[in-house]
Design a protein around this ligand. Structure first.
Ligand code: ASP
Length: 450
């Protein structure tokens, strides 16, 4: 039987300089199944350093403002020239490639094209170092007329190109739009490129190599040394990354998830660490923990609406949501009661008088008896498949919050029963995460009783 390949993606810190790239080459050479590699642009070498992608965006802005970005491009040139030197690639003509790139940036005057060159240049160097084919993402990843990823066209092109090429290196982060121009994903998008390649090649696993040994049960800046998550399902991961746990780009889950391909998060600097295995539902076996992880975000606004007999008023919610739609604002949650409905919205969408405008339009549209606004709200999600089958989970969660003296301003339980989201004051955020972590993770408190 033909062996399924492993698709690897390496992030910017794993590829920040020649020494790190050597490490990456060793990891790749250690397993012949690691056939296809997606790479980011060189990231930070030390805190305070600037990522190559940020330098490229700066280049674009300078060219827009003053017509010339040669000084910033000189820094980029230096980064790549040092990498080639550190890798001992004396015969690799990086100068000509950089000259051509600088000229193209100048001619095309496109932010996306300019930003994509970090991945492009890094992939050219790494392909040459490994003696693998370089496959340009522009020829295999496509976007449609609406700017959305074009699955059909891309998967066919990737399969064809990579089958022909054998082991290959592919730049992450970009592809080609319907007009034939270079278009990038959002920041951190090489994770998406890796997932797309893994799906197209029906990989055994998508290995995402970064600078941490996988997901932690909560933010280590809030809880000291939290537990590692060894296995997590796609659904749990989706909830946690949506709520701010950001090891992986949130959109990178979708391609592999559709193909039932597991993701493994690995640490380039500690390759022997187990990392985190992310499994599709079909392959996921509950791990015995009630809670898998806790994540959250600050700075939300909650608009509470109250109206007697709201439940009998046909179209009430639709009218309220139309007001948001007209302002092109999305809501995060919409908990409701018999005569009440709340909208939880990121506060950044409501500045500069937008909140007042919304309230006025909601009043005009549905005449609520009462409207109240709560600002500076943080949301904390407690996530785990184990919660649905464990009696008393919410009692423990709310008990812990009450013991910590935290006032719960809003509660929302997802219909999957695998998450409980609480809204609290911004200032209680860290205390809330600690209280929940302590309740479910400290001294084996989160294990299910068999
Ligand atoms: N280099 C791009 C960024 O910094 C994309 C990536 O690394 O995933 O956002």
């Amino acid at each position: 039987m033909k062996m399924k390949p492993v698709v690897c993606k390496f992030g910017g810190s794993s590829l920040a300089d020649g020494t790190n790239i050597m490490r990456v080459c060793e990891i790749l050479n250690a397993n012949p199944a690691r056939k296809y590699v997606v790479v980011s642009a060189p990231g930070k070498r030390y805190s305070g350093d600037i990522k190559v992608t940020d330098l490229l965006y700066a280049c674009y802005r300078e060219a827009q403002e003053g017509g010339d970005c040669s000084q910033t491009f000189a820094k980029i040139r230096k980064r790549f020239t040092s990498i080639v030197e550190e890798l001992g690639m004396d015969s690799f003509d990086i100068k000509s490639i950089l000259d051509a790139t600088e000229q193209e940036i100048d001619e095309r005057k496109s932010a996306d094209f300019t930003a994509s060159r970090g991945e492009y240049l890094n992939a050219r160097i790494i392909a040459a170092k490994l003696g693998r084919a370089f496959i340009d993402a522009k020829d295999i990843i496509f976007f449609d007329e609406k700017g959305a990823f074009d699955e059909k066209r891309s998967y066919a092109a990737i399969e064809q190109a990579l089958q022909d090429s054998g082991d290959a290196v592919i730049p992450g982060f970009y592809g080609t739009d319907a007009q034939g121009n270079i278009k990038t994903f959002s920041r951190g998008g090489s994770d998406i490129s890796g997932s797309i390649v893994a799906r197209a090649m029906n990989a055994e696993v998508y290995e995402n190599w970064t600078d941490v040994s996988g997901f932690l049960a909560c933010d280590p800046r809030i809880v000291n040394n939290p537990q590692k998550i060894e296995v997590i399902s796609f659904k749990e991961l989706r909830e946690l990354s949506y709520m701010g746990a950001n090891v992986l780009h949130a959109d990178s889950i979708f391609p592999v998830r559709k193909g039932d391909i597991p993701i493994k998060i690995k640490n380039t600097f500690r390759p022997m660490d187990a990392g985190t295995l992310i499994l599709p539902s079909k392959k996921y076996v509950a791990q015995g923990n009630i809670v898998t992880g806790i994540a959250g975000k600050k700075d939300f606004t909650v608009i509470f609406l109250e109206k007697s007999m709201m439940n009998a008023e046909i179209g009430f919610a639709r009218k309220v949501l139309s007001v948001l739609e007209n302002h092109r604002i999305c809501f995060e949650h919409m908990p409701s009661g018999i005569d009440t409905l709340s909208l939880v919205i990121e506060s950044r969408y409501l500045s500069d008088g937008v909140l007042d405008q919304l309230l006025e339009e909601i009043r005009a549209s549905v005449s609520p008896d009462y409207i109240r606004v709560l600002e500076n709200i943080a949301l904390v999600a407690t996530v785990g498949h184990g919660m649905a089958s464990s009696i008393g989970t919410s009692a423990r969660l709310f008990g812990a919050l009450s013991e910590a003296g935290i006032n719960v301003r809003m509660i929302d339980q997802g219909s999957s029963e695998m998450n409980i989201i609480v809204g609290i004051d911004n200032e209680d955020y860290e205390k809330c995460v600690r209280a929940i972590y302590h309740q479910f993770f400290v001294s084996g408190a989160g294990q299910k009783q068999e």
